[in-house]
Ligand binder design. Structure first.
Ligand code: 6AU
Length: 259
């Protein structure tokens, strides 16, 4: 028999981490498993994009280091929008150094990520120390970490044993790790979230190695939980309408998996 697929609400009640619980509740309430990857380079453009697409997303993903004009006021406004539209903030910093270095990268520098992000992510190439360093900073704060277990780009090395060890590190750190960046379901633990980038409405690739799958393939066939979409939304002539289409495609694919 096929194992029963749990709803977002059922999974929320099984989560011990406050951030995964909050995210799953938002997904259930707003009927969306869409994360907007807001990869634009001006803060005003980013805030406008997020205000327009906010009703359709459960989380916004930023690359703070690619903004030309990052400042505290931007962070304040992004937080206001996250309250207005009820979504979480994920800073896609991809920490990848020894524990002692990521402590400072996470808490300090220009961006002071630990002051404002709900979710961060890390590569596991340094071993479990990267998670321990980040967790030290997150102590007492509501921040969850995703581990990059698989990547969407052609020729990447996050495969096989690397992916399996990453899953193990996640399962051993439930107080901090809330899931994965991955291309398919990797763990049967209902508290771990699977988030997949490289999503467009049609399969394909870009000129620099990015590869795209459809929401249907990612959620229904590969058992992931969340789609992360950048250019498919902010590169569209009508980003709000594009976000609405991805919301519907992603949520329909989830409903199909439940039935
Ligand atoms: O939809 P796109 O191709 O415009 O943007 C995809 C976004 C980018 C990447 O930095 C990110 O997703 N990403 C990640 C993440 C989220 O960690 C991992 C990966 O393997 N591939 C990928 O594209 O902001």
């Amino acid at each position: 028999v096929k194992p029963k697929v749990l709803t977002y609400a059922e999974r929320a009640s099984q989560c011990t981490h406050s951030v995964s619980r909050r995210l799953l509740k938002i997904m259930e309430q707003k009927k969306t498993n869409l994360v907007l990857s807001a990869d634009v380079t001006k803060s005003k453009e980013l805030l406008d994009l997020v205000d327009k697409t906010g009703p359709h997303i459960c989380m916004v993903k930023t690359h703070a280091d690619t903004l030309d004009d990052f400042c505290d006021d931007f962070v304040e406004k992004l937080k206001q929008l996250s309250n207005k539209h009820n979504f979480l903030i994920f800073e896609d910093r991809k920490f990848a150094d020894i524990g002692n270095t990521v402590v400072h990268q996470f808490s300090g520098g220009v961006h002071r990520i630990s002051d404002w992000a709900d979710v961060i992510n890390a590569h596991t190439v340094p071993g479990a120390g990267v998670v321990q360093g980040l967790q030290k900073v997150a102590q007492g704060k509501d921040i969850g970490c995703l581990l990059i277990a698989e990547m969407s780009s052609a020729g990447n090395l996050a495969t096989g044993d690397y992916t399996q060890v990453t899953v193990k590190i996640a399962e051993e750190n439930p107080d901090f790790v809330i899931g994965f960046i991955c291309l398919s379901k990797l763990s049967s633990n209902p508290a771990l979230l699977h988030m997949t980038p490289g999503v467009q409405l049609k399969e394909g690739q870009d000129a620099l190695g990015q590869r795209y799958l459809t929401p249907q393939e990612v959620i229904s066939n590969r058992g992931s939980d969340i789609i992360i979409v950048g250019r498919g939304i902010y590169g569209a002539s009508d980003p709000t309408e594009a976000a609405r289409q991805f919301q519907i495609a992603g949520y329909d694919a989830y409903l199909a998996r439940l039935s």
